[in-house]
Design a protein around this ligand. Structure first.
Ligand code: HEM
Length: 233
């Protein structure tokens, strides 16, 4: 096998990789925070339709009297969109760089390494999540896609949707992708931010990654299954 090293200037062009990785880490952790809040909101459906609708209404009138209606919601949307652009853009630049470095280093070798399998899983998983989020916004926010007819209240939309088995299946598939992405993503973000100062700390980070991924997947899947099996109606 021919082994050549990449010219140093190839990897030094453009923004430093550590900056791109930091953008990925910070935006990724912001998504985790958003997901935890979103999950907490969704769980209100277990209390009842009214609790869920109240919660959805309160989100729109936070800071009433000082901030216009939907103000906080729009700030969150803008921050999420900016984070998404930063996250995807950094990922694409880093993948391109890794691809170029591999071409130079291992000419003729097509063997997948442990790291490259992870990288591929993150790439395709990330794309699947992006497609899900587009579907999800068209489903619940703009209501362009209707699963079980049109409904006026947010609670009715959620309940009627998850009474349909294939809608639950879509959300289960999406949550598997989200869980896998978080498992490696939270770990990677903590590494980038230099939190792995000792072996013990690295083990704690591994534990936290598993905990965060599990809490988010289980927490998000409780409402769809509770509705599908008739515990919430
Ligand atoms: C079973 C899982 C989920 C349920 C039941 C659910 C439910 C909802 C509902 C009802 C809305 C509309 C809120 C409203 O307009 O009042 C919404 C919006 C949204 N959800 Fe989810 N969601 C789930 C999972 C996720 C996941 C995994 C993500 C991200 C990966 C996500 C990201 C979003 C985003 C970005 C919005 C748009 C927020 C906005 O602009 O108003 N959701 N979700």
């Amino acid at each position: 096998m021919a082994l050549t090293t990449a010219p140093a200037r190839e990897t030094r062009q453009g923004l430093p990789s550590i900056l791109l990785k930091t953008v990925m880490a910070v935006t990724g952790l912001f998504f985790v925070l958003y997901l935890l809040l979103h999950m907490y909101g969704n769980l209100q459906i277990l209390i009842g339709r009214e609790a869920f609708d109240d919660y959805a209404h309160h989100l729109r009138v936070i800071g009433e009297g000082m901030i216009p209606e939907n103000g906080v919601l729009w700030i969150a949307r803008i921050l999420l969109l900016a984070s998404l652009v930063g996250h995807v853009w950094s990922a694409i630049l880093l993948w391109r760089r890794a691809g170029k470095a591999r071409q130079h280093r291992y000419v003729g070798s097509k063997r997948a390494t442990y790291g490259s399998v992870y990288a591929r899983a993150m790439r395709w998983g990330g794309l699947a999540i992006l497609l899900f989020v587009i579907f999800h916004i068209l489903h619940f926010t703009t209501q362009t896609i209707t699963v079980a007819g049109e409904h006026a209240s947010p609670a009715e939309r959620v309940i009627s949707s998850f009474q349909v088995w294939w809608a639950v299946l879509i959300y289960v598939a999406a949550m598997i992708a989200v869980g896998m992405h978080l498992l490696h993503g939270v770990w990677g973000a903590c590494m980038t931010l230099g939190l792995n100062t000792s072996l013990k700390r690295a083990e704690q980070i591994r534990f936290i990654s598993i905990l965060v991924a599990t809490v988010i997947v289980v927490g998000f899947l409780i409402p769809p299954f509770a509705i599908l099996f008739g515990f919430v109606s």
